[in-house]
Design a protein around this ligand. Sequence first.
Ligand code: AMP
Length: 273
Amino acid sequence: MRELSTPAELIAYRKEMTESVGFVPTMGALHTGHISLIKQSVAENDKTIVSIFVNPTQFLEGEDLDSYPNKIAADLKICSLAGVDAVFLPSINAMYEEDELTITAPKVKGFILEGFNRPGHFDGVLQVVLKLFNITSPTKAYFGKKDAQQLFMIQNMVKHLFLDVEIVPCEIIRESDGLALSSRNIYLSEEERVRALTLSSSLKLATKMIMNKKFNCASIKSSMQEVLKDTKLEYVEIVDREFNHIEEIEIKNTIILVATFVGTTRLIDNIWI
Ligand code: AMP
């Protein structure tokens, strides 16, 4: 497995290849969720490139940029065992200059939910993903449905900028008790981890209501809020798959999302109906 640390190195490595390339961008501290994306890429492409880069431009002032979990040695082992061909581990200076053009997420869909609660977050995500796509020139790129709005923003960027890459949405991987895997789960104390289960329980309750033909979004949201009452809720929202607000569940076209703080840890989860 190659370890590459500058864009120039990766561009040169990529130029040697004529085969299909799968790309999995990550911020490291890899867990089973990341591994499932990597395995899918390895299965579907001749070569797989994983990036590990904690991108400063997508963190807001006061967020956990400086304390974001770092497990590089373990990450490299995981990638190697999973059959990754190259890992890209750039420094911030290798990726950014002092004064750069910026990218702004779409003014409507980029400024709701995550975009509303983390203003500027998607601008940073799109900026780094565009850079990474340009360096990697992937055939396919793999993103988790866990970050549903991020996935939607990236699909839109590909469409709006006519990028030649196929975005592959990947299923959410959970612990056996329902907690969606996240690099930030390690911040949770034992007691907080128990409370964190209310995210997936609230989504399970929503699914149950829908199975019982209760399609009214307001009443689903209020039942979910009750389950989440011991957390500091940012939002529970129900949208269609284009992120338009909806009043009634549309089967096969709905996403139910939740974002909440458990202690000081911000967690997100969602379910696709
Ligand atoms: P991150 O390292 O948090 O930037 O995540 C890198 C990629 O892994 C993103 O596309 C995430 O959506 C995806 N991902 C993170 N957690 C999960 C999970 N539990 N299941 C599936 N994909 C995930």
